[in-house]
Design a protein around this ligand. Structure first.
Ligand code: HEC
Length: 95
């Protein structure tokens, strides 16, 4: 029973996470599409998935922000966390 319940909870999280990414919010992927796509294609970002760790993404993203992104520190954190954990080729950013 406990297992069944946690499966339901996990499924709900997956669904809501997906919904949020489509509408452009919290899991970071929507932010990547909205914020990082204004200067270059996602290809440049996708190349780093599975290679850069969190510290490396934070460094890259700080540099991107310095080039003139309008973004809050929280949004930048969400993006770094998303990219550090995303699998190579993972959607919606890299599909
Ligand atoms: C203001 C324009 C701009 C925005 C917005 C921007 N970038 Fe970039 N990005 C660049 C430019 C210009 C380069 C190439 C020059 C360089 O690498 O410094 C680049 C290069 C890169 C590279 C390849 C270089 C490296 O160090 O790996 C990655 C990865 C990258 N950007 C990721 C991102 C991510 C993730 C975001 C969103 C958080 C983002 N960029 C937003 C302008 C931008």
């Amino acid at each position: 029973m406990k297992t069944a319940l946690s499966l339901v909870v996990a499924a709900l999280f997956t669904i809501s996470g997906f919904g949020l990414s489509v509408s452009g919010a919290a899991d970071g992927s929507g932010l990547v599409l909205a914020k990082c796509g204004s200067c270059h294609s996602m290809k440049r970002i996708c190349r780093g998935l599975g290679k850069k760790d969190l510290a490396a993404w934070e460094k890259t993203n700080r540099r991107m922000a310095e080039m003139g992104m309008t973004i809050t520190a929280d949004e930048l954190d969400a993006i770094s966390n998303y990219l550090a954990n995303a699998k190579p080729g993972a959607g919606p950013v890299c599909e």
